[in-house]
Design a binder for this molecule. Structure first.
Ligand SMILES: [Zn+2]
Length: 317
């Protein structure tokens, strides 16, 4: 026996005002945030379920409140349901880590992508936090990271200098993080999401639950390993017999022949002794035939992303 039926058109957000158990009937996609359901959660007859909370519970009892109508997407923010919840006949349902305080049960789904993931942070502990459709956000010098749920969000974070969490829920999000000396932990739940991490950051994918998600690590720029280019060295040589050294990008190797690591950027250090005229070597006396090579891992010109600013200063002392 149902006490209340609430009828809506369009998107609906559960905010904790409905008497529980709350049933959301026949929505399109449903995005549930960490701590949004105080009790148990039952998801039945969904086309796709993407979940960071492992299913294993039993069915929820009859609802007190039924939310229905010409529904589009459904959202539940933290404290969105004060007891149990049922999501019935949705298209895609996204269950963020720690959504339900109780158990999750998934009944008769067509497709399930599931991993057991701990929520990395409290729900309000992010520099950028977006819910809904096609929003954009940005942060500079962040403390915690980014979370998005919904679809088509765009987030840019600059000057990351401390370790961050990036938690992406839904589909078609684009997140870009740049900075130095920090590590980015990436949580992916859904599909067609892209997280791009700049060249001086480290990244780790904690969970990739869904399909067609991508984490792009931007390559270390080879120019940064070049202290003196060939043309700079020749220009400085001026006039007379001179010894010059310069670095050029090495032929396309994937592995550094010096340290053996897989490398984005490899340079060759050349030496040359020649008679220079107007910055041009007119007669060469000696030239390195097997130039030393080095990469972003072993070059002393490289910025070591694994060190903090202070450690790096100590290394350079
Ligand atoms: Zn190397």
């Amino acid at each position: 026996m149902t006490d209340q039926t609430e009828t809506y058109d369009g998107d609906v957000t559960l905010t904790g005002h409905e008497d529980a158990p709350v049933a959301l009937r026949d929505p399109e996609d449903v995005y549930l945030r960490t701590d949004s359901v105080a009790g148990d959660l039952e998801v039945c007859n969904a086309e796709y379920v993407f979940t960071h909370q492992s299913p294993g519970g039993g069915a929820v009892g009859d609802p007190e409140t039924v939310v229905r109508g010409d529904l589009e997407d459904g959202y539940a923010e933290p404290d969105g349901v004060t007891g149990d919840a049922i999501v019935a006949d949705a298209e895609d349902v996204f269950v963020t880590a720690g959504t339900a305080g109780g158990d999750l049960s998934v009944v008769a789904p067509e497709n399930v992508y599931s991993d057991d993931v701990e929520p990395p942070r409290e729900a309000d502990d992010y520099d950028v936090s977006l819910t809904g459709w096609k929003q954009s956000g940005s942060a500079s010098d962040p403390d915690a990271g980014v979370r998005v749920s919904g679809a088509h969000h765009e987030v840019t974070v600059e000057k990351a200098r401390t370790d961050l969490d990036v938690y992406v829920v839904g589909h078609d999000h684009e997140i870009e993080i740049t900075g130095r000396s920090a590590s980015v932990s990436v949580y992916l739940l859904g599909y067609d999401n892209t997280v791009t991490v700049g060249p001086y950051l480290q990244s780790e994918v904690i969970a990739d639950t869904g399909f067609d998600n991508e984490v792009v690590e931007e390559p270390y720029p080879v120019e940064e390993l070049i202290e003196t280019s060939k043309s700079e060295a020749f220009d400085r040589a001026g006039f007379g017999r001179r010894k010059v050294t310069y670095q050029v990008p090495a032929e396309s190797d994937d592995w550094c022949p010096n340290c053996g690591e897989p490398a984005d950027a490899i340079v060759a250090r050349h030496q040359m002794e020649a008679f220079f005229l107007l910055g041009y070597p007119v007669k060469t006396y000696d030239q390195s035939t097997n130039p030393a090579k080095e990469c972003e891992h072993c070059s002393r010109s490289a910025f070591d992303a694994s060190l903090t600013e202070r450690e790096r200063k100590n290394v350079l002392k």
